[in-house]
Write a protein that binds this ligand. Sequence first.
Ligand code: SF4
Ligand code: SF4
Length: 335
Amino acid sequence: MKEKVLITDIAKFSVNDGPGFRTNVFLKGCPLRCEWCHNPETIPAYPEVYWKKRLCVQCGACMEACPRDAINPPIEPEIANIEGSTYHKIDRAKCDNCLKCIDACKYDALELVGKPMSVSEVMDVVEQDRPFYNTSGGGMTLSGGEPTMHPAFSLELLKEAKRRVIHTCVDTNGYCNFSILEEMAEYTDIFLFDLKHLDSAKHLEKTGVKNELILKNLELLCKKDSDIGIWVRIPVIPGFNDDIDFHTKASAYLASLTGNGTIGNIKRVDLVPFHNYCMDKYNWLGRKWSYSEIDAVNPSFLDIHADLYRRHGLITTVGGSGFEEIDTAKTLRNS
Ligand code: SF4
Ligand code: SF4
């Protein structure tokens, strides 16, 4: 396949995106707009520019290169320092992401977000980690953004990985035509399937879409007669879905899809605590983040939530480590 897709990163040795060490391929483009998003650079399906303030020496070369007058005139470093984190070099309202400024910067303060890559170029990077897959049970994970936004490319990548006997995971928000997931399932060992809220109005308010299609797809995937595994991932977001009521309902809902952990494709549930490590990325993109003042969720706070799922026989982790062995499910179910 000649098609290239924008990739924001190929992260190596990831331990939270499927079993073992994973090579995590981040595709750019997502149909959702989750307000807490931890990967904001993967949302728009077009290339963007990071501006890294700490590397910028205010030389003004980018301004000369910009055809849209989208870059403020250089200012004295002392003034920039006084303005602190509120100072911003690129006026994003004028910028059309033509990328001409990147080459002009000799200080690496401007960085391309979203590199076009072909299937074979991605696989060349994935292959570098093969020794670690063999020792850890790891493999390749497609993430984003949303892999189903690039169905032909993602399918080709998965096929190629399976041809090379590499374990595959797909991290999806489930918001797509089911036929895409169904086709991917032929070449996917585990789906990491996001569940954000059961209340469609709340889902719409914080993610920009209703949840009916997502829940329907999860249910169809659960019923699929195949060897695929599903790890349901629930990002636990303060003030949105961190309440016991939601997790009581979510655990009962997932249990209803699995016969209380005895049937179906759901192999485990991962509660993923909200964090704010991604703050830099919002600053580099010049975007405001409504969660910038929200504290990270302490993982130990989620033990009570996790037990709700375990009591239904669902293997459950807090954090989603690919090396975590949890065998408390049966104990709790029988207690
Ligand atoms: S990417 Fe934006 S800031 Fe950079 S040259 Fe193009 S319009 Fe100007
Ligand atoms: S070219 Fe680079 S270092 Fe110079 S002002 Fe622009 S971003 Fe800053």
